[in-house]
Write a protein that binds this ligand. Structure first.
Ligand code: IPD
Ligand code: CA
Length: 275
C-alpha cells in the first residue's frame, strides 16, 4: 500500500494501522496471552502484546513515512517537527485482567499542533477518528460532547497514577464530589477521553498524563465541541502534563474544582473548516 506524502496519506495510514494493530491486540486478548503479564513498576502492567503492537505500528509508519519521527510508550523514540505519538495499548491493566476496556491511541503532531487522532477499542470494534478542523467521528459517524449542564447529573472520570501524590487526587475528587458529580475510574485514560468526545462521559481529569495517553484524545474532544486544557502550553510531548477535557457547559466548574486551566474553545468555523 502506498500513501501520498501529505496529511491525506497520513490520515489513511493512521486508520489502516490502528485497525491492523487492533486485530493483533484482540488476537492476544482472546487467546489468553494478555494474562501473561509482568510489571514495569507499581500498578504498571506490561504484556508481550504491548511490545508487539508498538513494533507493528512503528514499522508501518517508518515504511510509509521514513522522515517522520515516532514517540511510543514502550520504546520511546525521538520528537521532531513531524511526530507520531503512540500508545500501543492504553488500559493495559484492564487488558491483562480480561476486561475489554482498552484501546490503541495514535496521534500525529506537526510543530506542536495535533493534526490527526485515532483511538480504537478492538473488543467493541469502535474507531474514533478526527482530522483537526473536520469534527470527530466514531466508526465514520459524527459525534459530539454531552450537553450536560448540571453537576448533579454529571459523570466525571478521574484518572491517577503513582506519578503524582495521592493527596492531590483526593483533593480533586473531593471537590468534584462536593459539586455533586459522580466520579468514576475505568482504567484507560485514552478511552476515557474518547468517551468525553462521544458524550458518554461528561469530563476526564488526570493531574499528569504522558503525551501518548492524552494527545489524541484531547484533539478528539476539541473536535467534538468539548473544552480541553492547552496541553502544549501547560505540558509537553516529552514530559506530559495535566489533562482536563469536558462537556462545554460544565467545563468552567470542572476547571475551578481541579485547578487546571482551559484553552479557548474552538470556534464553529475552526472546527469544521480549518486545515
Ligand atoms: C495508564 C492508563 C490510566 C492512566 C495512567 C496511564 P497504561 O496507561 O491510561 O488510566 O490513569 O496515567 O499511564 O499503563 O494503561 O498504558
Ligand atoms: Ca497508556
Amino acid at each position: 500500500m502506498s500513501y501520498t506524502n501529505d496529511l491525506d496519506g497520513r490520515a489513511q495510514l493512521c486508520r489502516d494501522v490502528i485497525l491492523s494493530a487492533g486485530a493483533l491486540v484482540l488476537e492476544g486478548f482472546e487467546n489468553g496471552r494478555a494474562a501473561d503479564f509482568s510489571m514495569k513498576g507499581p500498578q504498571d502492567y506490561l504484556t508481550e502484546t504491548d511490545a508487539a503492537s508498538e513494533a507493528h505500528i512503528r514499522q508501518r509508519i517508518a515504511s510509509a513515512f521514513p522522515d517522520d519521527s515516532f514517540f511510543g510508550e514502550e520504546g520511546g523514540g525521538d520528537i521532531r517537527e513531524r511526530v507520531w505519538v503512540v500508545d500501543p495499548i492504553d488500559g493495559t491493566a484492564n487488558f491483562a485482567r480480561g476486561i475489554p476496556h482498552f484501546c490503541i491511541s495514535i496521534g500525529y503532531v506537526e510543530e506542536n499542533v495535533a493534526k490527526l487522532a485515532a483511538i480504537y477499542n478492538p473488543a467493541l470494534d469502535e474507531l474514533y477518528f478526527c482530522r483537526a478542523g473536520e469534527g470527530a467521528t466514531r466508526n465514520g459517524q459524527p459525534i459530539s460532547a454531552a450537553r450536560t449542564a448540571r453537576f448533579d447529573m454529571a459523570s466525571v472520570e478521574l484518572g491517577w497514577s503513582t506519578r503524582i501524590p495521592n493527596a492531590q487526587y483526593l483533593e480533586a475528587m473531593t471537590r468534584l464530589l462536593d459539586k455533586g458529580a459522580n466520579v468514576r475510574r475505568a482504567g484507560s485514560g485514552a478511552m476515557a477521553l474518547a468517551y468525553v468526545a462521544d458524550g458518554r462521559s461528561d469530563a476526564y481529569v488526570e493531574l499528569h498524563m504522558n503525551s501518548w495517553d492524552c494527545v489524541p484524545g484531547l484533539l478528539l474532544v476539541a473536535e467534538a465541541g468539548g473544552r480541553v486544557c492547552p496541553f502544549f502550553e501547560i505540558g509537553s510531548l516529552q514530559t506530559g502534563g495535566a489533562v482536563l477535557a469536558s462537556a462545554p457547559a460544565i467545563a468552567d466548574g470542572v476547571s475551578d474544582a481541579v485547578g487546571i486551566v482551559l484553552a479557548e474553545p474552538l470556534g464553529r468555523r475552526e472546527r469544521h473548516h480549518a486545515a
